[in-house]
Every structure is written in C-alpha cells, then in structure tokens.
Design a protein around this ligand. Structure first.
Ligand SMILES: CC(C)(COP(=O)(O)OP(=O)(O)OC[C@H]1O[C@@H](n2cnc3c(N)ncnc32)[C@H](O)[C@@H]1OP(=O)(O)O)[C@@H](O)C(=O)NCCC(=O)NCCS
Length: 215
C-alpha cells in the first residue's frame, strides 16, 4: 500500500495536466510566483501573502504548501494541484474540504501567473477539480468566494454555474473589502464540452472521503 498515493493522481483536460504538489513542481511554482500573479496595486487574496518581501516570498510559498500537504486527513484536507500547460507549471488549483466524510462539500482556491491569465485556463482547471469532486468523490456542493472587484474569479464561477450565496467583509490592506460567497451544486454545474481524464484515483479515495473501497 502506497502511504502517499497522491503521487500518482493526475487529472487531464484538453490543455492541462493537474497533479498534487511535489517539491520539484513547487520549485517551478515559486518561479511563477516571483514573476507576478497580480498587479502590485491590487490584492485578490484574502491572506495577503504576495505582499511579502521578494526575498521571503520563495520560502514562504514552499513552507505554506508543505504545511498544507503534511496536514492532510479525511476530516480536513486541501489538495493543491500544480497546473501544467505544455509541461510547465503555470499556477495552482486547490481543492479542499472540512469534515468531508459527513458534509460532502468542497472548497476551491486558485491562481495563475499573470502571463497565463485571461486565456480560459482558470475555467478549465476549476472545471477539472469540480468534475473530480462531483464525479469521483461524491461531493454534493462546491463553495468558493472572491472579492467583489475580482472580475476574473467571478467570471470563472459564473461560467461554471455557481450562484451567489451571501457576502462577508474583511480587512484588506487596512481597508474594509467585501467578498461574495459562491455555491455550486452538481445539478447547476455547467459542464464543459470535454471529459476529464483521471488516473490514480482509487488509492486516494479513502484518504479524502474516509471510506474504504467496497471492492
Ligand atoms: C482568477 C483566475 C484564476 C482566473 O483564471 P483566468 O484563466 O484568468 O480566467 P478565464 O480566462 O478562464 O476567464 C473566465 C471568465 O472570466 C472573465 N474574465 C477573465 N479575466 C477577466 C478580467 N480581467 N476582467 C473581467 N473579466 C474577466 C471572462 O468573462 C471569462 O469569460 P469568457 O471566456 O466568457 O470571456 C486568474 O485570473 C488569476 O490567477 N488571478 C489572480 C489570482 C486570483 O485572483 N485568484 C483567485 C482568488 S479568489
């Protein structure tokens, strides 16, 4: 039995390959981070991690993804998929859950290097993890949220069928800023016109859903 079956998990879309993060891929992700994720005068993230000084950004990024990877249990997990286009890491698509064995809900979060944005990649990678969650994990809902001024993130959510589900306000760079919560059910999911290719799913299921395979 492989104690870390996520090393073999892969999701493939027409253009992209998504695999849970590993150290080699994270080194590439750090380079994407340093090349820029958003203009300096905007902040799309609820945690202002990209405001760290440049010489700290690399190690902060690595340590964040290591912490998340190391703490995965069925009751609380996030899989950070590294997203590759033509074999190169271009960003990350996270899929997470709290108490998935009982609640069967997932959350998502993502980002792409600036140069890869606005080409439909964000929609393609979110659709990939939604299909994985609904079709393979048996999720009954997917949740997300974004600042109201994040048109790209809201654009992705709108295209895939999410509906607004309330708001909350948080401090962003010292000022109040509103986020909108978003909710998607399998029935409302506007599926893309391609099918997802998955590999290595079965050995990962018990670690995510808490349920052992039946056959
Ligand atoms: C959010 C993000 C992952 C979206 O990925 P993307 O590849 O740029 O988005 P897509 O190209 O798939 O766009 C999806 C829709 O959003 C809309 N959209 C995209 N960028 C937009 C922009 N800058 N302004 C307005 N609308 C935009 C478009 O309507 C598009 O729909 P269309 O194909 O019908 O035109 C990416 O922009 C990103 O990494 N941004 C910085 C980090 C971030 O904001 N992360 C999310 C935090 S909640």
């Amino acid at each position: 039995m492989d104690p870390w079956p996520f090393r073999n998990l892969v999701l493939r879309t027409p253009r992209l390959e998504l695999r849970p993060d590993d150290d080699e891929g994270l080194a590439e992700l750090v380079d994407v981070t340093l090349d820029g994720i958003h203009p300096p005068d905007s902040m799309p993230f609820g945690v202002e991690w990209t405001d760290a000084p440049r010489d700290k950004l690399g190690i902060n990024t690595l340590q964040h993804y290591w912490r998340v990877r190391a703490s995965l249990v069925p009751e609380r997990w996030t899989l950070n998929f590294l997203v590759r286009l033509d074999g190169r890491v271009v960003g990350t698509q996270g899929l997470g859950a709290d108490d998935f064995p009982i609640l069967r809900e997932v959350t998502s979060g993502s980002w792409l290097g600036l140069r890869y944005q606005g080409q439909g990649i964000g929609t393609e990678m979110r659709a990939a993890v939604l299909m994985f969650a609904f079709d393979h994990l048996g999720a009954v809902a997917a949740r997300s949220s974004a600042f109201n001024d994040n048109s790209a993130s809201h654009g992705v959510s709108r295209k895939l069928g999410y509906r607004p589900d309330g708001t909350f306000t948080q401090i962003r760079r010292g000022e109040p800023a509103e986020q909108t919560r978003l909710l998607l059910t399998p029935a409302a999911f506007r599926r893309p016109d391609w099918t997802l290719e998955c590999g290595g799913v079965e050995p990962c299921l018990a670690l995510l859903t808490g349920q052992e395979a039946t056959d």
